[in-house]
Design a binder for this molecule. Structure first.
Ligand SMILES: Nc1ncnc2c1ncn2[C@@H]1O[C@H](COP(=O)(O)OP(=O)(O)O)[C@@H](O)[C@H]1O
Ligand SMILES: [Mg+2]
Length: 365
């Protein structure tokens, strides 16, 4: 069984065992647990309902002038695969891990951008956190990127990888960013593994996750108002900060005695980014390769979940453009992966046309 299959099985076993996971204390709840767990959009203390939640009902509640975020498990997750079905369990597991790291003086700082968990119970299907002021992140600057990279690299060094750094999962109050949705945050051994897939999927790591789920989508939207030079300036900043974060990751892993295979894997990103940052042409090349990778992975994701948006279409259009106009460069730069390196330009374009049709068909209403 591969690493992912093992995790899935152990989570299914846990569900079947009927055991609970508890975080925090019931005595500190703002309302009795029996009342909280029955909350619906008409409860008089609910001031906002988030309709989008696929695995949980998400509410903003106000009790005695204080605001909280309440997540209640759906009886049946609307995401039809095992990871979707167990994402509430997964999140309670991570809330437990993160809260205990937040409570420890030696790790409190590293996890300061993780929302506190006031109370969580898997069996009750309840998670309660203080309400975070701010908005879903829609601006990338040096401070934001530094906070995100510091946080996710610390996750990795402590054996966690957050797969879903999408825009809706980062809140920004103008100063601080916060993470709070851990339905797809998995554990791994950072000294011997690249991510929660062991060493079998070296393409995936936390900087790539931010780029794929979030940053390159943001840049694609910004093309409406920004020049290519402005886009590249922000990309350069992002890459410079990512490089710093991975230099730190490398030295921390080295100190901790990580396996050579892991160190070489990190070092290969460091070397590639450092080289790209040293010349304008290198930066352009890296932008071509990494934006293509990000759009392709995100399109794969949307199509496999049959959940497409206008953004999926924009991304497919970009894939088509890049394959038409820059296929040679992409190939020369080793920018094709997952077997695509063995396909011809016209085969890839035919597939992209098919993806486009599917992306139209799978538009969420
Ligand atoms: N503690 C919080 N403070 C403020 N807003 C929150 C908090 N937790 C969640 N939200 C808001 O609720 C939305 C959905 O919550 P999230 O935990 O991402 O659930 P889902 O599993 O549905 O994606 C988020 O995009 C965010 O806008
Ligand atoms: Mg979310």
């Amino acid at each position: 069984m591969d690493r992912e299959a093992q995790r899935r099985q152990s989570q299914l076993d846990f569900v079947a065992s009927g055991q609970d996971i508890l975080v925090g204390s019931e005595t500190l709840l703002p309302l009795p647990l029996s009342e909280l767990s029955q909350t619906n959009k008409d409860s008089d203390y609910v001031i906002e309902t988030f309709a989008g939640g696929l695995t949980a009902h998400v509410y903003r509640i106000r009790v005695n002038g204080q605001d909280w975020n309440l997540k209640l498990k759906r009886e049946q997750s609307l995401v039809k695969n095992v990871d979707g079905q167990t994402s509430f369990l997964n999140e309670v597991q991570r809330r437990r891990d993160f809260q205990s790291l937040k409570d420890k003086p030696t790790t409190a700082e590293a996890f300061s951008h993780v929302v506190p968990t006031a109370y969580a119970s898997f069996q009750e299907g309840v998670m309660l956190s203080p309400w975070l002021e701010g908005e879903v992140l829609d601006e990338f600057n040096e401070s934001v990127l530094t906070q995100i990279f510091d946080t996710v690299v610390n996750f990795e060094l402590n054996g966690f990888i957050e797969w879903d750094l999408c825009p809706g999962n980062i809140i920004y109050d103008g100063e601080q960013i916060s993470l709070f949705d851990f339905g797809y945050c998995y554990t791994f051994n950072p000294l011997t593994e690249f991510n929660s897939n062991g060493q079998s999927a070296p393409l995936f790591h936390s900087v790539e996750r931010l780029e794929t789920r979030n940053f390159f989508g943001y840049l694609l939207k910004k093309e409406q108002e920004w020049s290519h030079k402005e886009i590249l300036t922000l990309f350069e900043l992002e890459k410079r900060l990512a490089l710093q974060a991975y230099e730190y990751k490398y030295s921390a892993l080295h100190k901790a005695g990580a396996e050579q295979s892991v160190l070489s894997w990190v070092d290969q990103y460091i070397k590639r980014w450092r080289k790209a940052l040293s010349t304008p042409a290198g930066l352009e090349d890296l932008f071509l390769v990494e934006s293509f990778r990000s759009h392709l992975l995100d399109v794969h994701d949307d199509l496999s979940g049959q959940s497409c948006t206008p953004m999926t279409l924009k991304r497919v259009d970009r894939l088509e453009e890049v394959l038409s106009d820059h296929f040679g460069a992409l190939k020369a730069l080793d920018g094709l992966f997952f077997g695509d390196e063995n396909l011809t330009q016209s085969e890839l374009l035919t597939r992209t046309k098919k993806q486009k049709k599917e992306a139209v068909r799978f538009q969420l209403a």
